[in-house]
Design a protein around this ligand. Structure first.
Ligand code: NAD
Length: 503
């Protein structure tokens, strides 16, 4: 099934492609600067059109049985499976991520999520109906909220689209998604797949456009009942502000600066390999990537040496080459931003390895036309320095030593973010303490990165609130109604005297 027939344009509204009437925009392959697709962004009028389509589709979709929605999502998983190779190829072309990651993580993860929400659609939860007051029967209804306006980032465009769309539609809502302008293509393919799976027109709409125009228009739209946003903390604040004006429910998945805490009894080899994988996944453009490793003093030197050795052996190259470990970053602008962090760090810390763009790839190919950046290891940075506190979102890891367990855990918590963290130790008491005391939405023990459809993903502190994936996410896309029936058939009820008259 071909989902790449973008045809007349880059908007997917009411089950059809339509051409954007906003500014022209080129989706660029960061591996070589070539144009993947010329699109035209949505005008604010087209955002209105998409919201109107979602609104029109709402009564039928919200009224469909959970079983019917579940079947539609099961068919969607089938369509996505049939298009898996295309999805991986397009995801790699628009982001630069290695095709082994898009093939083995992004696409199967999305299909698994779809299958999960097909099941979850039939499992809406609430308290048991009952006579809680003695004179009444109460029950709860878990209802769709309405039109959900979703805004997603560029790092995992397909998975982010899926994380936003699936729980919303499983619960009976309809959606207008605005993907990041840099990477709209697989979100559009996902919307097309929904139509091919028989999901009614208007249930899933995608408008491509920039944040200031299409994004702001969508999140402040009076007919949008809920806003679900994944992106940076700064933009999340603005989105929350705009949504507040019309008291929309908000769901904010924001930035991260994940600590990676290695205690002195940890398996050093596991910690070193874990740190390399967790810091370089998706070129470090992952909100949960390991960014700050705190290593207890006895293991510190060996850890730094081990990571530096593996970093030096990372294969940079064409992301379509299945042997490539690290492709380019998402754009030249972003690569320059990452480089800026590292250049400034040279003034106050040591760049042990990396720092800069490679001239050639692992197989000798010229990489100078791409947005590449070498894996970069930094030591000697102070806890309050920019590389330790700021979200770099690139293949850069800072390593700091600590002495006592108290100190390690304090440093791990010492940023405004709280999305994810890991603790490395063979001691059950240490690991239990770390999982209890680290303020983050996910704490791994002796691993860092794996996610799973059944378990929630979402932040603490400035990393936002709300959960993606899992039953928790489904619950967030519903509103709970209490229904109360009188069981007495008594006209003059006893409680009336608290308002008027006597017993
Ligand atoms: P970003 O905040 O720049 O943009 C995210 C989205 O918001 C894009 O679609 C953008 O067009 C839109 N946008 C920008 N300004 C807007 C505005 N004023 N109003 C409405 N929408 C607007 O983020 P990014 O650079 O695309 O992605 C990287 C960020 O996303 C990082 O901070 C990363 O940590 C975060 N992220 C978080 C999670 C999570 O689950 N917590 C997952 C992935 C990425």
């Amino acid at each position: 099934m071909d989902l790449t027939d973008f045809g007349a344009g880059a908007q997917y509204i009411a089950g059809r492609w339509s051409r954007g009437i906003g500014a022209p925009f080129q989706v660029v392959n960061p591996a070589d600067g070539s144009v993947v697709e010329e699109v035209a962004l949505a005008s604010t009028g087209q955002v209105d059109e998409a919201v109107a389509a979602a609104r029109a589709a709402l009564p039928e979709w919200a009224g469909a049985t959970p079983g019917a929605r579940s079947e539609a999502l099961t068919r969607l998983a089938g369509v996505l499976t049939g298009a898996a190779a295309d999805l991986a190829r397009v995801e790699t072309a628009q982001t630069g991520k290695p095709v082994k990651l898009s093939t083995e993580f992004d696409v199967p993860g999305t299909i698994d999520n779809t299958a999960f929400f097909a099941g979850a659609a039939r499992n809406l939860e609430g308290r048991a109906a009952g006579e809680y007051s003695g004179d009444h029967t109460s029950y709860v209804r878990r209802e769709a909220i309405g039109v959900v306006g979703s805004v997603s980032p560029w790092n995992y465009p397909l998975q982010m689209a899926a994380w936003k769309i699936l729980p919303a539609v499983a619960a009976g809502n309809t959606v207008v998604l605005k993907p990041a302008e840099l990477t709209p293509l697989t979100s559009l393919m996902f919307a097309r797949a929904c139509t091919l799976a028989g999901i009614p027109d208007g249930v899933v709409n995608v408008v491509t456009g920039d944040g200031r125009t299409a994004g702001e228009h969508l999140v402040s739209h009076p007919d949008v009942a809920m806003v679900s946003f994944t992106g940076s903390t700064a933009v999340g604040r603005r989105v929350a502000e705009l949504a507040t004006a019309t008291v929309k429910r908000t769901h904010l998945e924001l930035g991260g600066k994940a600590p990676f805490v290695v205690f002195d009894d940890a398996d050093l080899d596991a910690a070193v390999h874990g740190a390399v994988a967790a810091s370089l996944i998706n070129g470090g453009q992952d909100c949960t990537a390991a960014t700050r490793a705190y290593v207890q003093r006895p293991l510190y030197d060996a850890f730094v040496a081990g990571v530096a050795e593996l970093y030096a052996a990372i294969r940079l190259g064409d992301p379509l080459d299945p042997r490539t470990d690290l492709g380019p970053l998402v754009s030249f602008t972003h690569r320059d931003r990452v480089a800026g962090f590292v250049e400034r760090a040279r003034g106050y810390a040591t760049v042990v390895t990396g720092g800069g763009s490679p001239g050639k790839g692992h197989d000798g190919t010229d990489l100078t036309r791409g947005a590449y950046y070498r894996p970069t290891l930094i030591t000697g940075a102070a806890q309050d320095s920019e590389v330790v506190q700021g979200e770099i979102f690139g293949p850069v890891l800072a390593v700091l030593p600590f002495d006592s367990d108290d100190e390690g855990l304090r440093l791990a918590n010492d940023t405004p973010y709280g999305l994810a963290a890991s603790a490395w130790t063979g001691n059950v008491h240490r690991s239990l303490r770390a999982t209890r005391e680290i303020a983050a939405g996910c704490v791994w023990v002796n691993d860092h990165i794996p996610i799973i459809s059944e378990m929630p993903h979402g932040g603490y502190k400035s990393s936002g609130y709300g959960k993606d994936m899992s039953q928790y996410s489904l619950d967030e896309y519903t509103q709970v109604k209490h229904v109360m029936f009188d069981t007495t058939a008594v006209a003059r009820k006893d409680w009336h005297r608290t308002v008027f008259g006597d017993r």
